[in-house]
Design a protein around this ligand. Structure first.
Ligand SMILES: Nc1ncnc2c1ncn2[C@@H]1O[C@H](COP(=O)(O)OP(=O)(O)OP(=O)(O)O)[C@@H](O)[C@H]1O
Ligand SMILES: [Mg+2]
Length: 238
């Protein structure tokens, strides 16, 4: 079998002396959408920040395309092809849409015309609002901009931290649809979500974190059909 694109092996992450992630192991194969689910405080954001080099693990290893990266700085991860869309979007409020996208291409030389056009084809509303300041966009548009900005680095693995948070159902549906499109264009996706139902509908596999540990892992279909998952994470309407 091929080496997974991403391997997290027995990782512990601490804040000061307090462990937030305990002995976490997971993997993502090329071409997959893998979702990481869990309640508030389960350790989802910490896991993504650790993978993208923003928080070093206390112990354990992270391998991207077979190479150890857990001690490398975050900007190197972006160059290697691993981009992170953070929780809360974090776009640059006082820069235009186009300037925000330009920032996402940092470190890449050459003509960015095709990259801008690609982002505008995925998110036509960004194309219409190129000169508008980021801070004046709606929540959904800001999320689109945050994803578009990450795509400007041409990632092979995209980490998304709760892209649906605080958005209206129609906007959420279009964001999830675009995540599916991004995958068909060859980008592997790690999707952190509390919106378990919709995340599992577009994912191939999922992990459920509880208190910094993997509690369940299975195919998305199996997790959707598991009574324990349905009761704890999917609500009665799932
Ligand atoms: N900067 C920090 N300093 C200390 N403890 C932290 C810090 N950030 C997170 N934690 C703790 O680590 C644990 C995991 O938090 P994390 O933010 O990773 O969870 P999460 O699953 O992303 O939650 P949410 O769904 O609310 O975003 C929690 O107990 C949290 O209180
Ligand atoms: Mg979080």
């Amino acid at each position: 079998m091929d080496t997974p694109m991403l391997q997290v092996e027995h990782v512990q992450v601490r804040y000061g002396s307090v462990p937030a992630i305990h002995d976490l192991s997971l993997h993502i194969n090329q071409g997959e959408i893998v979702t990481v689910l869990g309640a508030n405080g389960a350790g989802k954001t910490t896991t993504l920040r650790m993978i993208s080099g923003l928080h070093r693990p206390y112990s354990g290893r992270v391998l991207f395309e077979g190479e150890e990266i857990q001690n490398r700085p975050a900007h190197e991860h972006v160059k290697r092809g691993l981009s992170h869309v953070p929780e809360g979007r974090r776009i640059f409020a006082t820069m235009s849409v186009r300037e925000n996208l330009d920032m996402g291409a940092f470190g890449r030389r050459g003509d960015l015309k095709d990259d801008f056009e690609h982002v505008y084809s995925l998110f036509p509303v960004l194309g219409e609002r190129q000169k508008q300041l980021g801070g004046t966009l709606s929540g959904g548009e800001q999320q689109m901009l945050a994803i578009g900005r990450a795509l400007m680095a041409r990632p092979r693995l995209l980490l998304l931290d709760e892209p649906s948070l605080g958005l209206a159902p129609m906007i959420i549906a279009s964001i999830f649809q675009i995540i599916g499109t991004i995958r068909t264009e060859g980008v592997t996706v790690m999707l952190v979500e509390q919106n378990a139902n919709q995340a599992l509908r577009i994912a191939d596999r999922g992990y459920v974190l509880e208190n910094g540990e993997v509690r369940f892992e299975d195919s998305a279909d199996a997790l959707l059909g598991d009574d324990r998952i349905r009761r704890a994470y999917l609500g009665s309407d799932a």
